[in-house]
Every structure is written in structure tokens, then in C-alpha cells.
Design a binder for this molecule. Sequence first.
Ligand SMILES: Cc1cc2nc3c(=O)[nH]c(=O)nc-3n(C[C@H](O)[C@H](O)[C@H](O)COP(=O)(O)OP(=O)(O)OC[C@H]3O[C@@H](n4cnc5c(N)ncnc54)[C@H](O)[C@@H]3O)c2cc1C
Length: 367
Amino acid sequence: MSEPCKHLLLVGGGHAHVAVLADWIKSGLPCERATLLTPHRMLRYSGMVPGWIAGQYARDEGLVDVGALAARAGVQLLLGPCTGIDPQAGWVKTGGGQVIEYDVVSLDTGGVGRSSRILGKAPKLLDIRPIDRFVERLEKYPLARRIAVVGGGAGGVEIAFALNNRTASPAQVTLVTGAEGLLPTLSSAVRRKVKRELARQNITVIAEDARLEDGQLATASGKVPNQDLIIAALGSGAPAWPAAGGLAVDEDGFIAVDQYQRSISHPNVFATGDVASRQDRSVPHSGVHAVMAGPHLAENLRQVMRGDAPTSVYKPRPASLYLLSTGDGSAILSYGPLAASGRWASKLKAAIDKRWISKYANLANSV
Ligand SMILES: Cc1cc2nc3c(=O)[nH]c(=O)nc-3n(C[C@H](O)[C@H](O)[C@H](O)COP(=O)(O)OP(=O)(O)OC[C@H]3O[C@@H](n4cnc5c(N)ncnc54)[C@H](O)[C@@H]3O)c2cc1C
């Protein structure tokens, strides 16, 4: 690309785009005109949702006002979902049918829920994605006593611990991890600690694949008791519209990008966070990576808008820090092969989460 571009479109107010807006607030818009298309003006920081369930935070403590950041950055805000893209013609379509043309587009819309595809459908099944809808729906079940959480990854484990420690009405929780078992991507030392803590808190663990039968959760052994509520924490799925529009995607439908977060099929399309799939190296879908890739995306968009080639590469560290809250004021730390736990780990998690939120809250509110 050699000509400077005029209209830069951000689709999705996700974690990386928050960093892009912050960059524009500090250093100015890199283009004549920029637009943000996202369904809600607030981004909910999912890392604080288990803390809300366990009574550690108020419901809206973990929100970033993306609308205010956009206003401060001089970006036009359009509320609505993107439902289609034509990367050849250079436009996206909104849920209301509006077509928005762009010179460069950056996609940070996160992943979609996978519960109906993997488990089936039932009225009392809640998917943790999208996270805003999950929070709204969970509030409608304050008295659910028997709850199954399906999914043995970090999200499922934290939600299971949180529900078990719900202050208003503690639940009897069953964690159905799938046949892969608990936390298959974390170290055996972390798994041991988590297993011990689940047993101490009387959370039943069933390491089998589940499906829905007549609205109830069933596994091959038939061990899952009847439930008042089923929560699916099955990881991020890919939205259908990127592949349908002709963007190159990986085997799971996530947008295939290079080391600069740039689409491998369309050079004026960028994608970051859970919706993207790095082709040069493996970058797991997690909030940590979405956040850390943000400043690199900001730099690359600035360069491309100037007419230069992008140069900034997000290189994840060999190990990432994960802090799994156990809902009772403690947390389990995971860093590569290392595992540790205690109340200090929970305090560290709270400090990291609050620092991220207040950084952007201060920026949104500063004059
Ligand atoms: C309960 C829970 C706890 C978690 N805890 C952690 C943790 O402690 N650490 C960690 O690293 N990861 C954690 N994760 C994973 C983490 O939440 C995700 O990896 C992270 O949110 C991905 O960020 P993102 O910016 O890609 O997408 P998101 O955070 O999902 O943001 C996407 C944005 O795009 C908007 N959007 C969605 N669809 C559209 C559309 N069609 N058009 C336009 N806009 C759209 C959304 O409204 C949202 O504003 C957790 C996940 C869950 C569910």
C-alpha cells in the first residue's frame, strides 16, 4: 500500500481496539475519518465476571466505556453488530442492513458461543459467550441451586468455583470437563492444585463429554444429576461471516492473519484477539494475548494509514501468567510449569484486573 488512507473502520470494541483508541487519544487519529462499529458502548472485562458471581465485585465494576474512548479519540461510534463483510469491494454490513465502506478495516469482535453446536439447545442452558448476555441471563437465576458447568478450561473452572461461593444462594456445582479432562493446556502442577481445591469445595468433577437430552445434560455413564441451570464454557467459536465473505480463515473459521495481525488474503483487513488466528505461530485465544497484541495493532494501523508497511509484531512470552480465582478469596497461579496458590494470588489478580480497568477509565474520563 503506498497511498495514505482516508477511512479506517474498527469493527468490535474488544481488548485490542481499546488499546488502539488509547493510542489515538494520545497521538491523534492517523486518518481523515475513523468509525467504530460495535453492539455495546461498554466492553465487559470477562476476567472480572467470576469475581462478580462470587460477590467480590459489583456487576458493572468490570466495564470499559469504549464509547467514551471513541468520543475522546474523535471516532464516530455506530452501535450494532457487523453481520457481513465483502473484502473485495471493501465494505461491511451491519445488523440493521447498513453498508459501511472502508479503506482499511480492523476486526476485534471476539469469539462466539459454541454451546448449541456442541451440546444442543435447552431453555436453561446459558453460554458464557457473549459475556454481556451471559451476565444478563445469569441474573435471572438467583435461586438456581443445582448448576452444571460444562467445560474444563480456565473459564469453566473459574465459573464453577465462583458459583460454589455465590454469597446470596450458594449452588451445588457439577463441573463436566469433557473427555480431555481438566485444564489440558496448563501444567500438571496446576491441575493437581485445582483438582485438590475442587474436591475440598465439594465440586463434583465428571471427565466425560456431555450432550443435551430432553433438556437435561447427559454423559455416557449417566452420572450427571438433574440441573436447574447449565452453563457452557466451551471456548471461543468463530463467527460465520468472515469466511462467508471470502476472508481467508483457519480450519476452525478464525480469520487467518500474519505476524502483523494482517489478513493473509486481504492486505487492508486486520484482525486481532479471539476472532483471529496467527499463521506464523500459535497464539492461544485468551484475554492476555488480545490485550498484549493491542499496542502492536495500533502501531501497524498507524503505519498502514500513512501508506507504509506494517512492522510491529506481537511475540508472546514463552509462558503466560494465569490466575484462577477459587471464589473464596484465594487464587491458583499458573506460569509455565509453575503453580502456586494463596490469598496473595487473588490480591495480585485483583490488582492486575483493576489496573487495566482504571487505566482506560481514567483515559475515558480525562478532559
Ligand atoms: C468467564 C471468563 C473468564 C475469563 N478469564 C480470563 C482471564 O482471566 N485471562 C485471560 O487471559 N482470558 C480470560 N478469558 C478469555 C477472554 O475473555 C477472551 O479471550 C477475550 O475476551 C478475547 O478478547 P477479544 O478482544 O478478542 O474479544 P471480546 O472481549 O469478546 O470483545 C469483542 C468485542 O466485539 C464486540 N462484538 C462482538 N460481535 C460483534 C460483531 N458481530 N460486530 C461488531 N462487534 C462485535 C463485542 O460486543 C465486544 O465488545 C475469560 C473468558 C471468560 C468467558
